[in-house]
Write a protein that binds this ligand. Structure first.
Ligand code: EPZ
Length: 423
């Protein structure tokens, strides 16, 4: 397993290009199952999770080709000859469950392994199941697999109210509803930008959708969808992650392709902490306003609130801020696994249930640390950028799931960072 070595090396300066959004691409790719005609995604990120989704769609019979160095996913699901999403693939990546809705809409049946828990929580699928059952699916759990079918032959539109604004459940129900007979309304829908991006792609395929980006989405089902070409939206979590690099190290970095509307609540917190964010012709330019970052409190919420996927990275900034910061994680039940590793670097953090209290110290000290999940691993890289001495982040396969060429992007703005092949 590879490791990444980071040495605190002072201010960062230059430009970092932001890729297409992993979490948009992972719901856009299953949308190919909704049509016999080809769907092409441009600006796709080059990540191991995208390769896993490619593997899953191919196992179902879709043809997926990575063009232009993986930045274009050209897909055709003319012949879907398998309706079983196997545990071996699904267990590697929860987003595999996003083939369920499209397969029910297109084929009328599907067998999808439950993803099982992951490092950050149990991650059940009850909201997905209730929504799809409301559309006329019959879903039964047998030996770890969801066996789903549509007795009426075609899904029927319905009004669905989600008890929690689940991103994945909204995506699964939305995709299924595009081919259902009649009208579907999703109340308390997730409002993440990836939902709007999916709806834009589905409309390009001929779907009739209104209200995406709000908490009430209305879908008029159609008989079939045609092919399309769609650009994947910018990755707001990669954007927020790299905005923190100059905030932690000093200097000035321009995030190419960055859009302030994707990171509103996050930018408000950075501004309060003493970070300057300037919109430029090419993206967002970020630097510190003064000498030291101020502590701010954070509560993670569904969009447009502070994103849970930036909580670990924000904590890395708070570790050396002036004052005490309280970070409350309200989306996942176990998303503080970066804290023991940050404490190995000298951070002063106290965790009580879903709340972490961080008292800033002058400077962290480099140490060997362990990546445990995708966002925790990048928070350790960020902490190492300004720490005294050397930080070795192990098990960086977690990192490669969601960040393209992290050592190249940070190295290009002056970070001392290198990947060491695992033994
Ligand atoms: C998506 O996961 C993202 N993944 C996650 O990003 C992100 O953290 C999450 O949304 C929240 O923004 C992708 O888009 C591929 P949820 P998802 O359904 O859809 C509970 C990353 O780092 N829940 O909104 O799984 C669930 O347990 C990843 O890129 C149910 O209880 O998130 C969790 O506590 C991590 N029942 C909360 O809701 C359900 O049926 C949020 O889940 C579904 C979810």
């Amino acid at each position: 397993m590879d490791s990444i070595i980071v040495r605190g090396n002072g201010a960062l300066n230059g430009q970092i290009p932001i890729a297409g959004a992993k979490n948009a691409c992972l719901t856009l790719m299953p949308a190919t199952l909704l049509s016999e005609e080809p769907l092409t995604l441009t600006n796709a990120p080059r990540l191991s999770d995208i390769k896993t989704m490619t593997q899953l769609l191919s196992s179902l019979g879709a043809e997926v080709s990575d063009l232009q160095d993986g930045k274009v996913q050209a897909m055709s699901s003319h012949n879907i000859d398998n309706h079983i999403a196997d545990y071996d693939i699904v267990r590697k990546m929860r987003a595999s469950n996003l083939v369920l809705g499209p397969m029910l809409a297109r084929l009328g049946h599907a067998v999808v392994s439950l993803p099982g828990g992951c490092a950050i929580g149990t991650r059940p699928m009850d909201l997905h199941i209730h929504g799809l059952e409301a559309l006329g699916a019959e879903i039964e759990l047998k030996e770890g697999y969801l066996h789903a079918k549509v007795p009426a032959g075609r899904l029927q539109g319905a009004e669905i109210t989600l008890s929690f604004a689940s991103v994945g459940a909204t995506e699964n129900i939305l995709m299924a509803a595009t081919l259902a007979k009649g009208t579907t309304i999703i109340n308390n829908a997730a409002r993440e930008p990836e939902i709007a991006d999916l709806a834009t792609c589905l409309r390009a395929m001929g779907a009739q959708i209104e209200g995406d980006g709000t908490s009430r989405i209305e879908v008029q089902g159609v008989d079939r969808l045609h092919g399309a070409t769609h650009p994947v939206v910018t990755d707001r979590i990669e954007l927020g992650t790299y905005m923190l690099a100059p905030a932690i190290c000093g200097g000035e970095v321009e995030l190419l392709g960055g859009r302030i509307d994707l990171v509103g609540a996050f930018c408000e917190k950075l501004d309060a902490a003493g970070v300057s964010i300037e919109e430029t012709q090419h993206g967002l330019k970020v630097s510190r306003k003064g000498d030291r970052i101020r502590a701010v409190d954070v509560v993670t919420e569904p969009f447009p609130g502070f994103p849970t996927d930036l909580q670990a990275q924000m904590m890395a900034l708070m570790c050396t801020a002036e004052g005490t910061s309280v970070l409350e994680e309200k989306i996942f039940e176990n998303r503080f696994m970066h804290t023991p590793e940050l404490m190995r670097m000298g951070a002063n953090i106290e965790v009580q249930g879903g709340t972490a209290t961080v008292t800033g110290v002058e400077r962290l000290k480099g140490a060997p640390v362990m990546a445990t999940d995708l966002r925790a691993s990048v928070s350790l890289i960020l902490a190492g950028l300004a720490a005294e001495g050397e930080t070795i982040v192990n098990r960086v396969y977690h990192l490669d799931r969601g960040y393209e060429r992290v050592e190249e992007k940070l190295g290009n703005v002056g970070a001392h960072i290198e990947r060491v092949d695992g033994v």
